[in-house]
Design a protein around this ligand. Structure first.
Ligand code: AMP
Ligand code: MN
Ligand code: MN
Ligand code: MN
Length: 288
């Protein structure tokens, strides 16, 4: 069993990279990829755990794209975490994110919420010298801490969800750019949790073909929050389009308490063979 999608406190999870490596080992995963949003900064500490664990530790990241007017997440699996050009490109995305965050604070204030950026930053773990990233998860926690909503999920429902009253879209990448950046960093671009796109009620056949033609090499057919039927239909779609399959829990620690590493909501089981398929894509890549 493997897990190719999880977050540490370098983005919007709550565990250290070291703790994730140990947890993966503890539950007997044969491979685990750390895929923090828009950053590679947790990877040195994560990969340095390799001598201490049997689980193969793999590099990854997750970036946000704009596709059909909505946000689409893309995983960069097996990237070279020491690629400086890729690190700079991700740093540019974090600058855009900071800008979005400032505008979201202004919008919340316009709506009458008494909240400052410092309140949101207080929800992200603070360790000097480490560049943690601020995501909407931290906004949700701050709104709950200040009593503006009853709990973080309510902040998403009433304010922060895509299209919500306080939502400000990020200046997101074109899918073709994301795919090129990931391939140029030696990785495999994979469409993350397609079942969450457009609330799940979306006919993927044509759209996924378009994404494949824009450079996406795989899709996340196994996911922590999928029902059996969704997994089945994405497996069939990958086979039909000749795309590789990936799978992961999207574990976020205490920020998504219902999701467990490796097991998702309990029944997730991502087979080892998927990693072989992704590694083959990486070897055959014409870009590196
Ligand atoms: P950001 O990258 O800052 O736009 O934040 C996106 C993150 O917020 C996602 O990776 C999820 O962890 C979380 N998120 C987005 N939409 C929702 C939602 N409707 N309910 C709960 N969490 C969400
Ligand atoms: Mn997240
Ligand atoms: Mn995602
Ligand atoms: Mn994720």
């Amino acid at each position: 069993m493997i897990d190719l999608h999880c977050h540490s406190l370098y983005s919007d999870g709550t565990d250290t990279p070291e703790a994730l490596a140990r947890m993966g080992d503890g539950i007997g995963l044969s491979a685990l990829a750390l895929t923090d949003h828009d950053t590679l900064e947790g990877l040195p500490a994560f990969l340095a755990m390799q001598p201490q664990v049997k689980t193969r530790l793999l590099a990854g990241t997750e970036v946000s794209c704009r596709f059909l007017g909505r946000s689409l997440h893309v995983l960069g699996l097996l990237v070279n975490h020491e690629d400086t050009r890729f690190a700079e490109r991700l740093a540019e995305l974090r600058t855009r994110r900071d800008d979005r965050n400032r505008r979201m604070i202004a919008k919340l204030q316009e709506l009458g919420c008494r909240i400052e950026m410092a309140d949101v930053e207080a929800e992200a773990p603070d360790q000097p010298g480490r560049a943690y990233l601020i995501s909407r998860v931290h906004f949700a926690k701050a709104l709950a801490s200040k009593g503006i909503v009853n709990h973080p999920q309510q902040a998403f429902e009433s304010l922060l969800c895509d299209g919500g009253r306080a939502w400000v879209p990020m200046d997101e990448l074109e899918p073709a750019t994301a795919a090129r950046w990931i391939r140029e960093a030696g990785g495999v671009p994979v469409v993350a949790h397609p079942g969450r796109f457009a609330g799940g009620a979306f006919v993927w056949d044509e759209a996924m073909k378009e994404l494949r033609d824009l450079g996406m090499e795989g899709l996340e057919a196994y996911y922590g929050e999928y029902a059996e039927a969704q997994q089945k239909s994405f497996k069939a779609l990958a086979a039909k389009l000749g795309m590789a399959m990936s799978g992961g829990s999207d574990y976020h620690g205490r920020n998504k308490p219902a999701i467990r590493l490796g097991r998702g909501r309990g029944s997730l089981h991502v087979p080892d063979e998927l990693l072989e398929g992704l590694e083959q894509r990486r070897r055959e890549g014409t870009w590196h």
